[in-house]
Write a protein that binds this ligand. Structure first.
Ligand SMILES: [Fe+2]
Ligand SMILES: [Fe+2]
Length: 298
């Protein structure tokens, strides 16, 4: 990876998340992660679009890992007494609404940037959650997430070689996802208790995550100067150019759009829409013999 664990670590001091006191907060957080892992189904789409055999093998394996991560979160939630609930709209926008329109957009936006943000959050939970069985599960999963981010970084660097227009488009789209993270931060600041030992660090933590994203963009080569040197007008132009390119590329979908918004036009429901009522989620139980499994009533 282009950033080290140390660079991505945020210093929460001695602040800890308590599994009992902070159950409601943990449930909210874990549900955002659960949704993110379910979006791993997108690996199937990109496997079909893989540019070479190595990439295809990587995505096939990643798809399996993301589905295992769904089970990891179900296990952690069950151990902590948390229940599966819908994810916040900003998370759904970042993970599904911004789904890439091309291989380059996928590896840059979802893998390098998106999974990079997730990695920041996983490290933060590992460093603060006072529940060893959950932290142990996350420590194992985080190794796989690091590989996903690294693959995204390498593939993005390869994709933009000799294509300044693509570099600009990926930068414009990255700015939108950084805006999404700031929007999420605003929501959390408003809704969550500001005097909480861990949460009081949240605005600074989200700034730190955006800074990590900026460093990653620079090291990949998508960004050639500090973001602060890009004026508001320049940023707006980059976003407009990126979305303009997407519109031209997606003219076919635009033609279909009027049909799709008609009430009788069936919208394809995917697992990201239905997972909360899927029997795998609703019927999840800790494996028999699991030391964390609650003894059953006779
Ligand atoms: Fe994952
Ligand atoms: Fe991942």
């Amino acid at each position: 990876m282009l950033l080290t664990r140390e660079e991505m670590t945020f210093d929460f001091g001695d602040a800890k998340l308590d599994p009992t006191r902070d159950r409601e907060l943990l449930e909210w957080m874990l549900n955002q992660f659960l949704y993110g892992e379910v979006t791993g189904i997108q690996c199937g789409h990109w496997l079909y679009d893989a540019p070479d055999f190595e990439a295809a093998k990587f995505l096939a394996r990643q798809g399996l890992e993301e589905m295992q991560h769904v089970d990891n979160f179900l296990r952690i939630m069950t151990m902590l007494g948390c229940h599966p609930k819908p994810a916040h709209p900003a998370v759904r926008f970042l993970a599904t609404g911004m789904m890439g329109g091309s291989w380059a957009e996928h590896v840059a936006l979802e893998m390098a940037q998106g999974e990079g943000f997730v990695l920041n959050a996983f490290y933060a939970v590992i460093d603060t959650l006072d529940h060893k069985p959950s932290v142990d599960i996350l420590r194992r999963a985080v190794k796989q997430e690091e590989r996903h981010v690294e693959f995204g970084e390498q593939q993005t660097a390869k994709a933009i070689e000799g294509k300044p227009w693509l570099r600009r488009r990926l930068l414009g789209l990255s700015l939108v996802s950084m805006w999404g993270v700031r929007r999420l931060a605003k929501f959390m600041e408003k809704r969550l208790p500001p005097d909480h030992v861990v949460l009081k660090h949240l605005p600074a933590f989200l700034d730190h995550s955006n800074r990590c994203a900026e460093i990653r963009l620079r090291r990949i080569g998508v960004l050639d100067r500090p973001l602060a040197e890009l004026s508001g007008a320049k940023r707006a132009a980059l976003v407009a150019e990126a979305y303009g390119g997407k519109l031209v590329g997606g003219l076919g979908s635009l033609v279909m759009l009027p049909l799709r918004i008609l009430p009788f036009w069936p919208k394809k429901k995917r697992l990201t829409d239905t997972y909360l009522s899927d029997v795998h989620i609703t019927g999840y139980a800790l494996p028999a013999g699991d030391p964390q499994a609650q003894p059953q009533e006779p």
